[in-house]
Design a protein around this ligand. Structure first.
Ligand code: ATP
Length: 365
């Protein structure tokens, strides 16, 4: 089931009676979520990702714009008529019910033609439980389960009605690091098996990159970029997207362009054919974009070398860097000589991005 968002906008009135300032939580969001794909909505706190999800679910009504599930316009339908499954960060299980009763609950509430026999309900509940591998825990109460198991129950409960669209709002936030990893792989597996179109909200870029077919990066209610995770990482359209994706984060320098050469400080670090002269550009260099070379044009002062196994992370400083330190990932065999105070780098052109000094939009070369 594809999901189409058409010029979706949500404006919240001001909460403060004296000020008229309203909040544009989502601004003109236009996007077609392809059938059967997992889309990650990604962005910092307050960027409007949850509001977008709640509008898709029907929990919130858009100020303007339309939402389609396939060809059906669902904009004015209440959540229970949309055929969605919702999973929240805090599981929201009924504490007095067993796992089985929790999963059965949505089926018991079906009305009219959708009403099911008891046997069919139980069969379907066990199928959903099997999918998330909790069918051996059906008689326990939620407080007898780990966080990860509780979240699986919540996912089973969302899946049991075989929703047209599955909506997940930060479903992994309450889990510890190991369980997060395990559960996110689980969600990916379940999504692949069921092929239910899924929207996954997170502020964690690594999480979104690892499980999504498509990511949508948002900032202050406005979509910044949409694409396959690797494509967005490899070709960010603006400085915000470049900074938001990647660990360690991208290094940003101020620079300038003169006669198709990019300068950081006094050093001409790269040829940038076709780029107009500019007094100020932002230069983003991915940590893997540095090559240590004694004739390299970019000289940095070494601050420390962190051992990471196969690679080392050379932490250095440069006066044109906007971050306090410059982080480069270097093959351990090519690490700087012990005791060296400075290091010289060549830059890999495809790991360097230029952004306009005013608009912060990408300048392609
Ligand atoms: P987080 O990760 O912190 O949940 P988010 O990206 O999901 O953030 P939203 O919850 O969608 O962001 O909020 C977007 C903007 O809308 C924020 O500025 C928020 O303060 C505002 N907002 C959200 N809900 C309401 C509301 N009910 N009334 C007024 N403003 C709201």
């Amino acid at each position: 089931m594809k999901v189409v968002l058409q010029n979706l906008t949500k404006i919240f009135p001001s909460r403060n009676k004296k000020s008229k300032e309203e909040v544009v939580a989502v601004n003109d969001f236009d996007f077609e979520i392809p059938d059967g794909k997992l889309v990650g909505l990604l962005g910092p706190s307050g960027c409007g990702k949850s509001t977008t999800l709640y509008m898709i679910s029907g929990l919130q009504k858009p100020t303007s714009g339309r939402i389609f599930f396939g060809e059906d316009d669902v904009t004015d339908l209440p959540p229970e008529k949309r055929g969605i499954g919702l999973v929240f960060q805090n599981y929201a299980l009924y504490p007095h019910m067993t796992v089985k009763q929790n999963i059965l609950f949505p089926l018991q509430n079906l009305k009219g033609a959708d009403k099911m026999t008891k046997e069919d309900m139980i069969k379907q509940a066990y199928e959903a439980a099997k999918l998330v591998q909790i069918d051996n825990l059906m008689d326990r109460k939620p407080n007898e389960l780990s966080g990860g198991q509780q979240q699986r129950v919540a996912i089973a409960r969302a899946l049991v009605k075989m929703p047209r669209v599955l909506l997940l709002d930060e479903p992994l936030s309450n889990l510890d690091a190991r369980l997060r990893l395990q559960t996110r792989e689980e969600i990916r597996r379940i999504q692949r098996e069921t092929k239910i179109t899924t929207v996954f909200v997170t502020h964690d870029q690594e999480e979104a990159m690892s499980i999504s077919d498509v990511i949508v990066v948002m900032k202050l209610g406005v979509v910044q970029q949409i694409g396959a995770p690797q494509d967005v990482y490899d070709s960010p359209e603006n400085l915000f997207v470049a900074k938001f994706l990647g660990t360690p984060p991208i290094n940003v320098f101020t620079g300038r362009v003169e006669a198709e050469k990019l300068y950081i400080g006094d050093a001409a670090v790269l040829d940038v054919p076709g780029v107009k002269d500019s007094e100020k550009v932002f230069v983003g260099v991915r940590p893997e974009g540095f090559i240590i070379n004694e004739n390299g044009p970019l000289e940095c002062r070494i601050f420390g070398v962190d051992v990471m196994g196969r690679d080392v992370s050379v932490v250095s400083t440069h006066e044109a860097s906007l971050n306090p330190t410059v982080r480069s990932i270097i093959d351990a065999d090519n690490r700087p000589a012990p005791g060296a105070e400075t290091v010289r780098f060549l830059l890999k052109p495809h790991k360097v991005f230029l952004f306009d000094g005013e608009t912060e939009k990408r300048i392609y070369f």
